[in-house]
Design a protein around this ligand. Structure first.
Ligand SMILES: [Zn+2]
Length: 809
């Protein structure tokens, strides 16, 4: 009886509000709030889970994930084999583990848009692979199956969808396509990985679907997801939402800016596997779940609340009526059941019960936030975190208890016992980060140990309203870092050559103080027969770049295979608290005297550093320089990777570059992708080389693939550095990619290479005289070798720069 009158009072407050201030027009925040409430209510109507399995970030079917969650309220999870760290980076200099960290964050951001929940198997992305077998050799087929089975048993999807079949594309895709087929059966088999059963239970997925490329809806057991409907809650199509999600994978761009007028692509799937007793997918199915039924004992306990028989989503703009319905649902025990029934599928009940909590929190306008005051947690130091609870609704909320969990601290928080509408209550969380807590920075060193995002910190509030209880909480991640963190050291590795080995070493060290107070200490550099240091002072949270110069050292020879330790030390005693190790490399590479080089960088500083290591007189060029400057002052111009993609204006300026060659210059052009290079009328792109070169998608992925010298007398192979097989040893990642398939007879092909068992690719390094100058196109990944500090890479690069006549000759 307590219930009725109170609700009436709230209604009254609302009515008075509307009378006083008029019918409100919706602000942007209110629209967002309404979309949030709509989603929370929709989620109450669907207790199914769909998993999307993908090899790399951006391989997920974001369009289907968006439709399943945003239109149907399905619980959607995605499972990625890798972090995609072997890929390329279209927006920044990061590669390898650093790229993996960025792609993991991009995946989280994309998932946020799709409304899905990402999970990672954490296999190392070792770059492009041509077969499932090669992938299995690297990851272990059994280990791959073990990890996927564990995630299926833990996340318990009713259906799985994947873009990957067992035979097409990247070897990682094929391997993922094969393992998901095996995992479907293995997850349900108690004899498979029985040790997992201490932690999770066996799980029978009902159906597994593989995406087909065609529009084959006629196939039996197929469904199609069309993303071109408008999402009533957000006012745009699901295809537009999905594209916004895809664009979050920025390192893998460029992506389309808008959905084409003809609409987003429909996803077609066919059935690959189903559980022994799964009902058949009905004809014309719209989702992978159509026709599935839960046992009645479960389904009768998982019924969504309604108003007059209509779904609550119909009332998303009538918050108070919705709230009454949600309160009643909690009161009558919706989404719970007697223990023996709950035990049949506890996770489904837990999911739906937490979805009801979420709907109650959104409908009451309760928000919970955690705000760390410092930039990271420092072992042995006091943590500074503020928890806040706000009530943006119209009713009074009781606070029963608030608990904080994280880093072995498990503390009840002291807060007010109730919150009036429009008020906030905060609590300062104080605990000392354990001295033994291990660092989670740099994230690139924690890609595979589960600490990639830092340590989880959670707060959960048990709240009361109208005699019911509901939970609201939040989880954030915070890094654990030394008091002063070395964010980066440049250059690393430190490469010298005969022209630079007598020069002082100069390091740029980027530091961040994570303490609440100022830090005073030392920055020191130590290596074989060298040591130097300087005092540093950093204010709280300050980020600073310090230069350290080590002078007057005869380093030739000494430095080969040596390391330099860069440390931040306390002043007294001088104990190091942070350390970075920088490899020193001596490359016996020389450039012909007097060469002046211009270079156009694409995504990183590799060319700048390599030219500096070679002691070359070099100038970084801008697009403006290429348009207007006198290029004839340069003996050689180097265009970095994917130059026409990184600088689209370059296509229009290409004739300037060809004229430069014609007049006697040497132009070195690093690799492009097929679609960025081959002539294309629709893109106004002519043939970019002086004589035709047509690229194909061929790659040589084995970094130790044999290299043969096709033109042994060519200057590129012996002047001024004599190139031998040694220069092709210890390469990183791969030999090259997007090799030319056709080239004009004016070119000399200098090198051939191929993966095991494949015909040789002969177009990886092409050189042709043109006018008085020379044009060099190369698909080899010199930039990866230069960046890694490989002497052979420097020696060959030096020969490319040195190629052609001296200036004024
Ligand atoms: Zn992929």
């Amino acid at each position: 009886m307590r219930f009725g009158p109170r609700i009436t009072r709230i209604t009254l407050i609302l009515l008075v509000g509307v009378l006083l201030f008029g019918a409100p027009t919706l602000s942007q925040t209110e629209k967002t709030d309404n979309a949030q409430l709509y989603q929370a209510l929709l989620d109450l109507t669907n207790s199914w889970t769909v998993m999307c399995v993908a090899a790399h970030p951006d391989d997920e079917d974001g369009s289907s994930l968006t439709v399943l969650r945003r239109k149907y309220g399905v619980h959607t999870v995605s499972l990625f084999s890798t972090f995609g760290e072997g890929g390329q980076n279209a927006v920044g200099p990061e590669l390898y583990e650093d790229l993996g960290v960025i792609r993991a964050h991009e995946t989280m951001a994309a998932a946020e848009v799709q409304g899905s929940e990402p999970h990672f198997l954490g296999f190392r992305d070792f770059g492009f692979s041509k077969s499932a077998e090669e992938t299995f050799r690297a990851w272990g087929e059994r280990e791959f199956l073990r990890r996927m089975v564990f995630q299926i048993r833990r996340l318990r999807p009713d259906a799985i969808i994947t873009n990957h079949d067992t035979t097409s594309g990247h070897g990682h895709h094929q391997a993922t396509g094969r393992i998901v087929l095996q995992a479907f059966d293995a997850a349900a088999d108690p004899k498979q990985f029985p040790e997992q059963l201490n932690e999770v239970s066996v799980w029978q997925v009902q159906r597994l679907f593989v995406r087909t490329r065609g529009g084959d809806t006629a196939a039996a057991q197929a469904f199609a997801i069309d993303p071109n409907e408008t999402d009533p809650a957000r006012g745009m199509t699901y295809a537009q939402e999905a594209l916004a999600g895809l664009q979050k994978h920025a390192t893998q761009g460029p992506w389309p800016k808008t959905v084409p007028a003809s609409g987003g692509r429909v996803s077609y799937y066919t059935l690959a596997k189903q559980a022994p007793n799964a009902p058949p997918l009905p004809a014309g199915a719209k989702t992978p779940l159509n026709g599935l039924k839960l046992p009645e004992r479960l389904s009768e306990r998982l019924i969504a609340p309604t108003i007059e028989g209509k779904p609550l989503t119909d009332f998303a703009d009538r918050r108070l009526e919705v709230l009454v319905s949600l309160i009643n649902a909690r009161r009558r025990g919706a989404f719970t059941a007697p223990n023996d029934v709950m035990a049949l599928d506890p996770q489904r009940f837990k999911l739906m019960s937490s979805r009801l909590d979420k709907a109650l929190a959104v409908a009451t306008g309760v928000a919970v936030n955690l705000n760390p005051e410092g930039s990271a947690l420092v072992p042995g130091e006091k943590a500074r975190i503020v928890a806040s609870l706000s009530n943006n609704g119209v009713g009074e909320i009781q606070i029963k208890q608030v608990n904080f969990h994280g880093l072995r601290a498990d503390t009840p928080l002291n807060v007010a016992d109730k919150m009036l509408p429009g008020t906030e209550t905060t609590a300062r969380i104080e605990f000392t980060t354990p001295k033994t807590a291990s660092f989670t920075v740099p994230a690139s060193e924690h890609l595979y140990d589960g600490k990639l995002f830092g340590e989880p910190l959670m707060v959960n509030a048990e709240l009361g309203l109208e005699g019911i209880t509901f939970n609201a909480g939040t989880e954030i991640y915070s890094n654990v870092a030394p008091a002063v963190e070395i964010l980066g050291v440049e250059p690393a590795p430190y490469v010298t050559t005969p022209a630079t080995s007598q020069k002082p070493l100069e390091f740029k060290v980027k530091l961040q103080n994570h303490l609440a107070g100022a830090f005073r200490g030392l920055l020191r550099v130590r290596g074989p027969s060298l040591e130097t240091g300087r005092e540093i002072e950093l204010q709280p949270d300050q980020i600073d770049t310090s230069n350290v110069v080590v002078r007057s050292l005869a380093l030739t020879g000494l430095m080969q295979n040596a390391n330099v330790d860069i440390t931040v030390d306390l002043p007294n005693p001088k104990d190091p608290i942070a350390k970075k190790v920088v490899p020193l490399v001596y490359a016996d590479a020389i450039v012909v005297a007097g060469r002046k080089v211009g270079y156009l960088p694409s995504y990183d500083k590799t060319l700048e550093r390599a030219l500096s290591s070679l002691g070359v007189d070099a100038k970084q060029l801008t697009i403006d320089d290429i348009a207007k400057a006198d290029l004839s002052v340069f003996n050689t111009i180097v265009l970095d990777n994917r130059p026409y993609e990184a600088h689209p204006e370059l296509v229009g300026l290409n004739s300037r570059l060809l004229k430069y060659v014609e007049d006697g210059g040497t132009l070195v052009v690093f690799y492009s992708k097929t679609g960025e290079w081959n002539p294309d009328e629709r893109r106004n792109r002519p043939q970019l080389a002086p004589y035709p070169i047509i690229l194909d998608d061929e790659r040589v992925t084995q970094e130790d693939a044999p290299v043969t010298f096709l033109a042994p007398r060519n200057f590129l192979l012996h002047f001024p550095n004599r190139i031998t097989q040694t220069d092709f040893a210890n390469w990183v990642q791969e030999r090259g990619l997007y090799f030319p398939k056709e080239w004009d007879s004016h070119y000399t092909a200098v090198l051939a290479t191929s993966d095991k068992g494949e015909p040789p690719l002969r177009g990886g390094l092409l050189v042709a005289p043109y006018g008085r100058g020379n044009y060099i196109y190369t698909s080899f990944v010199w930039y990866r070798q230069l960046r890694a500090g490989l002497p052979g890479g420097y020696r060959f690069f030096a020969n490319m720069i040195s190629y052609g006549r001296p200036k004024g000759d």
